[in-house]
Design a protein around this ligand. Structure first.
Ligand SMILES: C[S@@+](CC[C@H](N)C(=O)[O-])C[C@H]1O[C@@H](n2cnc3c(N)ncnc32)[C@H](O)[C@@H]1O
Length: 209
């Protein structure tokens, strides 16, 4: 039984818990999902568990350390068959992933426990998100978490919000969540749903339903 987002054990205390509750309601076995910022692999693992044996997850990162962590985590859960790990910038997503993605996760910022110098940046984040929205299938979701602790985080956050507020409301629903009672630059999240079909793409799960 789906217990809904408000009844989850951590409720809205934790952004990742909250976003995963939205994502797991949308992702079906056999779907294709993307982790655009693999990092330590926790989102890749979550997505791999959601898509099942017939599904596929593409995981991107530019740092070898992140890819090694992700590979190990996926191997430890015996889910290698479901995951393709790609050493490339997410701004190249369209050259690696075909259209028809059901869910995409961007966890912006830097690799936990590593240098903040290799954090995500506006000049690659915004084009990556624009490309990824094109690849998303109708009813698919994109979940973005924005951490604002690194040097270029404010620039990235401003560019991202400028882009997201320009999206056509007929095509996308764009929802932002921010903690009002935390410090000014606390993390926030954005969830985007593609509202209507522009092409007749469909996922393996949809074709079989
Ligand atoms: C906040 S971490 C991701 C955390 C991750 N989701 C996890 O579960 O551990 C952000 C990651 O984005 C990666 N990154 C930075 N720029 C990138 C780019 N242009 N393309 C892909 N990944 C990038 C960093 O190397 C870092 O590992």
């Amino acid at each position: 039984m789906n217990r809904g987002i408000w009844l989850n054990s951590r409720g809205i205390q934790d952004i990742q818990t909250l976003l995963r509750n939205y994502l797991k309601d949308v992702i079906q076995p056999g779907d294709v999902a993307v982790d655009a910022t693999a990092g330590r692999g926790r989102d890749t693992l979550f997505l791999a568990q959601c898509v099942g044996d017939q599904g596929k997850v593409y995981a991107f990162d530019i740092q070898e350390e992140a890819l090694t962590s992700t590979r190990e985590l996926i191997k430890n859960h015996d889910l290698e068959k479901r995951v393709e790990i790609i050493k490339a910038s997410h701004s190249e997503i369209a050259t690696h992933v075909p259209p028809g993605i059901k869910a995409i996760v961007f966890n912006l910022g830097y690799l936990p426990g590593s240098s903040s110098k290799l954090a995500t940046r506006a000049e690659t984040t915004v084009p990556a998100i624009a490309q990824a929205l094109n690849l998303l299938r109708a009813t698919g979701l994109m979940a973005i978490t924005v951490y604002r602790a690194h040097d270029h985080a404010l620039e990235e956050s401003e560019a991202l919000l400028a882009f997201l507020t320009s999206l056509d409301k007929k095509e996308f629903s764009v929802l932002q969540g921010i903690y009002l009672n935390q410090k000014k630059l606390s993390p926030y999240w954005v969830i985007i749903q593609k509202n209507r079909r522009k092409t007749n793409e469909s996922s393996p799960a949809e074709k079989n339903s």
